[in-house]
Design a protein around this ligand. Structure first.
Ligand code: HAM
Length: 446
């Protein structure tokens, strides 16, 4: 039978357990990245570096030059540029007040902000067409799932001041070239035209009439969109709204003569170049700035989040944010999705290379010499390392092997005396005799 003192002590122990459990739960949470974000660790980051370098090379070949933009912008830029009836602006933006009371937003995409920067710096008054690209993180408060994140990365290209179908052809071809050069085979180009401000009103009226007849079934957001922008109902992810949207009128049936001609010419240019596509009249792209051509590259094996790249023409965007009428077209390619489909198609990535030479040492004198030699090698442009932890020779060699050093070299009394050593290839155990100087070693490793 427990005495009152025993009962009190048992209660204290229970409380301590609960506090400790709560504390360890908090600590475990502390080292979890926020939902929808990902750490790209060292075993993967070299693939990113390799990929982004290649992407920059490819778009550079087409004349696109890099632009680096702030991570956040004034919220109004995205509200005006992307449109406040869109899911991105209405539901997904990371918006906050800064300490000065201004509303700022983490960039959810790269087009409106690129347009802002070029306008601010007068770049659109220079020679046109102007081609820019960016590789940037973007932020959207979406429901995370495979291929959909809250922080993700995009390669984007934007081409300003070229209204002709040739520009549409070029931008689409850049997307196709990238995917081909990433060794992808199972993707498809889907194409549509959503018209211009001349033909849009008739299309909107038809959409409004159609959705008005289903108004009771629409979600609350879409009921609001019916008046403000019925086109956006077509993006709704709710199963009921997207079911209704399946039989809604399509923009292609409402194109004016100019939009029709433009679209036909884009198609002709793609066909001439042997670039195959399918017309998908349901693509409307979810952002308000698009006009005329819209397109997506969809990977067939990637399921619901198979759109690796999406883009289109946005001839009214620059005016919307206060600039002169300027044609624009571009795309955004999701890098997480691109890497994922590359892996699913077994793309070959380069090896994650360790250092060129790991200099092991036996004894204090040799350790001094290994430090000196590594300094000389690094200055000569050779990636070299030595043991920082005073470990045994066996442990040094094991470390060199586990960190993928290309060559190892052992310095002991004999090597110091003769000024000669052997480089050992960690790939095929080949031995290369070298002098203990940076030039000789650099020549030997090639
Ligand atoms: P977007 O379709 O919203 O277009 O995004 C472009 C690409 O970014 C998508 O095709 C997808 O690969 C990737 N992406 C979008 N959201 C996510 C997400 N939550 N998680 C992972 N990947 C995602 C734009 O952003 C336009 N600014 C593209 C553009 C440029 N149009 C003209 N110029």
């Amino acid at each position: 039978m427990m005495t009152p003192v025993d009962q009190r002590d048992a209660g204290v122990v229970r409380c301590k357990h609960i506090i400790a459990r709560e504390e360890s739960r908090k600590m475990a949470e502390l080292i979890q990245a926020p939902r929808g974000t990902a750490d790209i660790l060292m075993d993967e980051s070299y693939q990113w570096r390799w990929l982004t370098d290649r992407l920059a090379d490819t778009v550079g070949r087409f004349g696109y030059r890099e632009i680096l933009l702030p991570t956040f912008e004034h919220t109004e830029l995205f509200e005006r540029g992307i449109g406040d009836a869109t899911d991105v602006v209405g539901k997904e933006m990371y918006t906050m007040l800064d300490k000065g009371g201004r509303s700022i937003t983490l960039r959810p995409e790269g087009t409106a902000n690129t347009a802002r920067a070029l306008l601010q710096h007068g770049s659109l008054a220079g020679p046109l067409p102007l081609r820019v690209f960016y590789i940037m993180s973007c932020f959207r408060y979406e429901k995370p799932q495979s291929g959909r994140y809250r922080e993700f990365h995009q390669l984007g290209i934007e081409l300003f001041g070229a209204p002709s179908p040739d520009a549409d052809f070029e931008v689409i071809r850049v997307g196709d070239t990238i995917l081909r050069e990433c060794s992808l085979a199972h993707y498809e180009l889907e194409l549509n035209s959503i018209g211009c401000p001349h033909c849009r009103p008739a299309f909107h009226a038809a959409l409004k009439e159609y959705f008005a007849s289903h108004v009771d079934e629409l979600c609350d957001t879409c009921k609001g969109r019916l008046e403000r922008n019925p086109l956006r109902i077509l993006d709704c992810k709710s199963p009921v709204c997207s079911g209704i949207a399946k039989t809604a009128p399509v923009a292609l049936e409402y194109l004016c003569d100019d939009c029709r001609k433009h679209f036909d010419e884009v198609r002709r240019l793609l066909e001439l170049a042997g670039l195959s596509y399918v017309i998908n009249p349901t693509i409307v792209r979810g952002l308000d700035y698009y006009t005329r051509t819209v397109f997506e590259f969809v990977h067939k094996a990637a399921g619901a989040q198979g759109t690796v790249c999406g883009g289109g023409r946005y001839d009214g965007l620059i005016e919307t944010i206060g600039g002169p009428p300027t044609a624009g077209i571009g795309f955004g390619m999701g890098l997480e999705r691109l890497l994922s489909v590359m892996r699913s198609e077994s793309a070959v990535f380069p090896e994650d290379r360790g250092c060129d030479v790991f200099v092991c040492s036996v004894g204090d004198r040799a350790r001094e010499q290994s430090r000196l030699l590594v300094c000389q090698l690094l200055d000569a442009g050779v990636a070299a390392q030595y043991d920082l932890n005073g470990r045994s020779l066996k442990a040094q060699l094991k470390f060199a092997d586990r960190t993928h050093a290309r060559f190892t070299m052992v310095l002991g009394d004999e090597e110091l005396e003769t000024g000669q050593a052997q480089l050992k290839s960690m790939l095929d155990s080949r031995l290369l005799p070298v002098k203990l100087d940076a030039t000789s070693i650099r020549q030997a490793i090639g």
